[in-house]
Ligand binder design. Structure first.
Ligand code: PLP
Length: 393
């Protein structure tokens, strides 16, 4: 399988691990060699409830027996997408009320930018240095890392980048700004959290000039920081909320949410302001609804703070410089990208899956399923400490 993977499946790097997967269950992924691996990455914050959670599997099976795709997004009323949108409205503060379901995080970002431009009638977008919002042309245009953009220019015009957590830069948001797009917690940059009061000041500035605030919660959303969405920690509500990844609990999905007044502007002048064939697909909606219901009802979110605390207590070592992040999105600074890569490889050999942050490769990524147990956290952290003790640097 590995030979054909490298030969026939398009590669994103020249150094993919090519780990051959047999099955996955709970916090573990099993290789075709029979070895089991504890998963501290959760498909990069996607497997909210662990692998193949029985309630998600059941929801998919039940829906598959009724119907699969029946019509493009937005035409027919189908039970699962309607229930999902209603539960999202019930679980988020006013004025977030209406959800547009799409197929990926990047598409949700593109949709949210179009919505902001259409609603405000403005052209300029403000994003953040070192942000990551996805890889379509639109999402790449508003991501703040030149290395990943350079070869794909020209990208979207009229996008400016401000410094995360720098209040002085807020004056760059003006009456010409359609929207400010911000990751509530910057992911690729090494899980950077907003400083006290920063988000409130950002929101105030947006209100002063009539710009919409879009928060990208594609990673921190769905309980990962102990609240359904991370913005709830910081006393603001965005005009547009973008989600994806963990929303599907293991199936591909994205969505953006706003007030009805804002969202309605996509349905006229022009009509069909954003269209997608598979957005709101009933199978995907069934899995997402089951995930959301379980996150809300299981009490899992109440365990996140304690689990974060345990990670921070256990991961103390002279080779660990600091740990960024909040909840179960933690980035462990090991000093250099080479060392971090080596540690990740050695952890894998010992049966633990860890990864690194997209831009800041010296940070080791820890974003396990929210369902990870206390014993599994202890088991995985011991592997990291053993590897750190074994290595020279
Ligand atoms: N925004 C953030 C914060 C992300 O972490 C990601 C994916 O890593 C995206 C957007 C893009 O999502 P997708 O890969 O589903 O297009």
């Amino acid at each position: 399988m590995k030979t054909d993977f490298f030969k026939y499946q398009a590669q994103t790097t020249t150094f993919a691990a090519g780990f051959e997967v047999e099955k996955a269950e709970g916090s573990y992924i099993y290789g075709t060699d029979g070895k089991k691996h504890l998963d501290f990455v959760a498909g990069v914050s996607a497997n909210t409830l662990g692998h193949s959670h029985p309630k998600i599997v059941e929801a998919i099976k039940t829906q598959a027996e009724k119907y699969l795709h029946v019509m493009v997004y937005g035409e027919y009323a189908q039970e699962m997408p309607v229930k999902l949108c209603k539960l999202l409205a019930d679980s988020t503060p006013e004025p977030l009320q209406v959800t547009y379901l799409v197929n990926s995080g990047a598409e949700a970002i593109d949709g949210s930018l179009k919505l902001a431009k259409r609603y405000t009638g403005r052209e300029e977008i403000i994003s953040f240095k070192n942000s990551y919002h996805g890889n379509t042309h639109g999402a790449l245009s508003v991501s703040g890392n030149e290395y990943h953009k350079r070869e794909f220019r020209p990208l979207l015009p009229l996008v400016d980048f401000i410094e995360f957590n720098d209040e002085k830069d807020l004056t760059k948001i003006t009456e010409k700004t359609a929207c400010v797009l911000m990751e509530t917690i910057q992911g690729a940059a090494g899980f950077l959290v907003p400083q006290d009061g920063y988000l409130k000041k950002l929101k105030k500035r947006c209100e002063e000039v009539g710009a919409l605030l879009i928060l990208d919660e594609i990673q921190p959303g769905f309980g990962r920081t102990g609240k359904l969405f991370a913005f709830e920690h910081y006393g603001v509500v965005p005009d547009i909320l973008v989600m994806g990844k963990g929303m599907g609990g293991g199936v591909p999905v994205g969505a953006f949410m706003s007030s009805k007044e804002i969202m309605d502007s996509l349905s006229h002048s022009p009509k069909l302001g954003h269209i997608t064939t598979f957005g709101g697909n009933p199978l995907i909606a069934a899995a997402s609804y089951a995930t959301l219901k379980e996150v809300l009802e299981s009490g899992l979110m109440n365990e996140i703070e304690e689990k974060e605390k345990l990670f921070r207590e256990l991961l103390v070592h002279p080779k660990i410089k600091n740990i960024n992040g909040r909840g179960l999105m933690l980035a462990v600074n090991l000093g250099t990208p080479e060392f971090t890569l080596d540690v990740a490889k050695r952890c894998m050999e010992k049966g633990l899956i860890v990864f690194w942050q997209l831009y800041r490769n010296e940070y080791l990524r820890i974003s396990p399923p929210l369902t990870i147990s206390i014993n599994e956290i202890r088991e995985g952290c011991q592997i990291i400490l053993d590897v750190l003790n074994e290595t020279e640097k």
